[in-house]
Design a protein around this ligand. Sequence first.
Ligand SMILES: [Zn+2]
Ligand SMILES: [Zn+2]
Length: 220
Amino acid sequence: MMRTPRNGFASSKIERVSFKIVLTVFILLLSLLFNNSLSGKERNREMGIVLVAVGEIDRNVMDWLMNHLNKVFNKQVLIGKGMPDPDYAYHKKRNQYLSTVILNAIVEQKEYSPYEKILGIVDHDLYVPELNFVFGEASRKAAVISMTRFKQIFYHLPEDQSLFRQRVLTEAVHELGHTFGLGHCENPRCVMFFSNSLEDTDRKGSEFCHKCKNLLRPSH
Ligand SMILES: [Zn+2]
Ligand SMILES: [Zn+2]
């Protein structure tokens, strides 16, 4: 009769001790996991932005873009290993390439995942089903842009290299802006303004307005 409560007391004490151990181990594991994911994000930030030629792209344009994006975002920008021509995204009837499929293919490449952001560059006309064409498309991690409609030759006009490069930069900054969490801006002189046509792209240029610049800053 006397033993039962004593035993009960002893076992509940053991339970409490073992519960404490389990809790400590759990907290330890949780903090390890948390620290790891933080350092992973930090690592990505240090790696910066990787530019990926999807198909054949002029290396001079890639280099030029790399230098200018480095100044705009104040981050390391590198040129990664190129990807093959995106035949898998081709729509024969439209004679265009589905941007979303290319975007997914870029994100699936494991070698780009250590980078904070990935920018794919394509020299094919892009589309999404609801629109006639798109200059580019972005997700959280990656973006893809097309150079095709930035060439004067597309409109049967004489080629203009500096205008072409400025347009490519504007579109690259715009789509990368989306990857950093920026939405469209109402300011028609801000790079985050939605380009319905090339006139919009040429007018707005590649710079962020003050509001967007401030929104961008915390992620730096
Ligand atoms: Zn946009
Ligand atoms: Zn803005």
